[in-house]
Design a protein around this ligand. Structure first.
Ligand SMILES: [Zn+2]
Length: 200
């Protein structure tokens, strides 16, 4: 399935070669000297870092899941907690980072556990808002294996909150995606929720 995001900033396109120029312009605009010795190689480093931090644009759901879908041996809940991620907020291009926890009820297929982490990474390595990151992870899992229910909980700290603006260093932001099909009743759903809420 193609994400509209993947069309926006593919790392394959020639514009990537212009990233170092962008960094040199930025230095000029903020009052730095791009020719100062300490900054001479920074534009190339900046370009490499930006490409790495946004490499999710050159990946698709099919790329990261690959062959990682298996027949389910039981219909019990599957959960993975505290998957670390790093992302860039699309409002300030500043980092936000945290942990994602995922729980789902399989129908007849499950995802390889490492694939859950790779899905989180792919969406994290794009310009994001935390709410959409959370929903995209959940939607991807739901669709990939036709799950009966999916919950994704993301807790993150945002550099744009900490280093600028309101300057709140200790605050963290929690977002949740929760979806269940009609055949999952609320008690079954609450047991799934308990899988990732436990010990929080
Ligand atoms: Zn921000």
């Amino acid at each position: 399935m193609a994400s509209p995001n993947s069309l926006v900033l593919s790392t394959q396109i020639p514009q990537v070669k212009r990233l170092p120029d962008l960094a040199r312009s930025l230095f000029n605009l903020i009052g730095e000297d791009p020719n100062r010795e300490g900054l001479l190689r920074t534009p190339e480093r900046f370009a490499k870092a930006m490409i790495e931090l946004t490499k999710g644009y050159s990946q698709s759901e099919g790329d990261v899941i690959g062959e990682g879908i298996f027949k389910s041996e039981s219909n019990g809940p599957v959960s993975v907690r505290d998957i670390e991620f790093f992302s860039l907020c699309e409002h300030h291009l500043l980092p936000f980072w945290g942990k994602a926890s995922i729980a789902y009820l399989p129908a007849d297929r499950i995802l390889g556990l490492s694939k859950l982490a790779r899905i989180v990474d792919m969406y994290g390595r794009r310009l994001q808002v935390q709410e959409r990151l959370t929903a995209e992870i959940g939607g991807c899992i739901k669709q990939a294996i036709n799950a009966r229910a999916v919950i994704v909980s993301v807790e993150a700290q945002h550099m744009c909150m900490m280093m600028r603006g309101v300057g709140k260093v200790q605050s963290s932001t929690k977002t949740e995606f929760a979806w269940r099909s009609d055949d999952v009743d609320s008690s079954e759903f609450n047991r799934l929720l308990a899988q990732i809420e436990r010990n929080r």
